[in-house]
Design a protein around this ligand. Structure first.
Ligand SMILES: C[S@@+](CC[C@H](N)C(=O)[O-])C[C@H]1O[C@@H](n2cnc3c(N)ncnc32)[C@H](O)[C@@H]1O
Length: 438
């Protein structure tokens, strides 16, 4: 998910109400993507933007709620306050953002949904007025310190980062509380990066190429100076470009597809990396996906990019089993495994609220099941690229070490390993194996 600017399409009070309800659903364990997918198209952009910001600024909004509300408010009011306080924390610079009195008025109106309404309105009004005063204090008084806010993560997650990345874990959490940049992958079957960058410039959209990441050259990645809605991107609906993080763009580059090769994309939906492979070479691809609802997205993406052909087989199946397999060995396998998604928190700020510590262990076992089966489907001298969008070593380096120890015919080739999230890329792990044999 990316942050995209669109005209405000709902009254702010309604957007605050829906966003607070969405936060309630996340706290009950539902994925935010699922919740947002159910909204009307005109509601989604503003609700997504408010909800993302509220989750990113959770730590700071809760410091303020604790400061100004003596006893914890009921969850619906707490969620509403977290949305409204995040709006304050964005500030109102250069005419962007909302004025303090607008935030207070609209948040108070949004309380109409909650019982007892008068109590909720009174509390929200009082708290937000105090927050407003901290943001815009009377002359001479100290302004609320604008120090960086870390992303909320549960204690076990924080402890893991601290242990594994002792020098950078705090900077990582601060970075993950920021909005994600919008990065494009130019469809090189239609135009090269320079040409597309010019088309963007003609449309008034400024961008710059991302030339490399982790020592690997990228030839299709463009970083936009400001996020825009995809409908503003020249040729988007005829497949000129896709939204894809720079870290994710390494996958197809590292697997280096060649014309005619038979490639398995073992965990393919929604098809971002399948499409990139097809943009780089006329290969034959089996795009395998376990989840029926997600499977449907692959065809849609390939259609938009004009990459659908009889060389692409979109298949529902479990990569840790063989029921779907016709027995043909693959030249190359991309294994973009299901994982904690701890590397893509800037784009999915609900993840830290949803993950449990035990998930990491069960995901590790699922990843091993898929790795073990995939290896059996690879030709001698074939390549397997193991990828996760995680920062936990249990899903990255520990898996690569385990796999190499279990498979005497696996030769580990050079690949970036753990890439940490930064201002221009999400966090990924990459390990590349060649199958020795004749
Ligand atoms: C990280 S996502 C893949 C993203 C995709 N490669 C892309 O770039 O658009 C992992 C996917 O694996 C799927 N999955 C999970 N377990 C699977 C299994 N055993 N076999 C096949 N797919 C599986 C999930 O439903 C999810 O869609």
């Amino acid at each position: 998910m990316s942050d995209q600017k669109l005209p405000r399409s709902l009254p702010l009070s309604e957007a605050i109400t829906i966003s607070a309800q969405a936060i309630g659903e996340v706290m009950d364990g539902r994925s935010l993507t699922e919740v947002l997918d159910q909204l009307d198209p005109h509601e989604r952009p503003i609700v997504q933007s408010l909800t993302f910001d509220a989750l990113r600024k959770w730590i700071r909004s809760h410091e303020l709620i604790e400061k100004f509300v003596p006893k914890p408010p009921p969850p619906p009011v707490e969620h509403l306050l977290s949305v409204a306080i995040a709006l304050f924390l964005q500030g109102n610079h250069d005419g962007k953002g909302y004025a303090a009195h607008t935030i207070v008025d609209q948040a108070v109106q949004a309380c109409g949904e909650y019982e007892p309404t008068m109590y909720a309105k009174g509390m929200v009004n009082a708290v937000l007025r105090k927050v407003g005063l901290m943001m815009e204090p009377p002359a001479g008084e100290k302004r609320y310190p604008p120090d960086p806010i870390p992303m909320f993560v549960p204690p076990w997650w924080r402890a893991s980062l601290k242990k594994n990345y002792p020098k950078v874990w705090q900077a990582l959490l601060i970075q993950q509380a920021h909005r994600a940049p919008l990065i494009l992958r130019v469809n090189v079957k239609q135009s090269d990066r320079d040409q597309y960058q010019q088309s963007l410039a003609q449309a008034g959209i400024s961008s710059q190429p991302i030339e490399e990441l982790a020592g690997i050259k990228l030839s299709s990645a463009l970083l936009l100076s400001e996020p825009v809605h995809v409908s503003e991107l020249p040729g988007f609906y005829s497949g000129a470009a896709s939204v894809q993080d720079a870290g994710a763009q390494l996958a197809a580059v590292l697997l280096d597809p060649k014309p005619g090769e038979l490639i398995l994309d073992a965990c393919a939906a929604p098809g971002g990396k399948t499409a990139h492979l097809l943009e780089l070479a006329d290969c034959e691809i089996v795009a395998l996906e376990l989840d029926g609802a997600r499977l449907g997205k692959i065809g849609g993406n390939l259609d938009r990019l004009r990459l659908h052909s009889d060389k692409v087989k979109i298949t529902r199946g479990d990569a840790s089993k063989t029921a779907w397999w016709d027995g043909r060995l693959f030249d190359k396998i991309l294994l973009d495994a299901p994982c904690s998604a701890s590397g893509i928190v800037t784009r999915h700020p609900d993840i830290p609220f949803l993950r449990r510590e035990a998930d990491v262990k069960s995901l590790q076992l699922r990843q091993r099941g898929i790795l073990t089966q995939a290896w059996k489907m690879l030709k001698p001298n074939g390549l397997l690229l193991y990828v996760t969008c995680s920062v936990f070593p249990e899903e990255g380096e520990a898996q690569a070490i385990w796999f190499a120890a279990e498979h005497s015919d696996a030769l580990r080739l050079s690949a970036p390993g753990q890439i940490l999230p930064s201002g221009t890329n999400d966090g990924f792990f990459y390990a590349l194996f060649k199958k020795n044999g004749s």
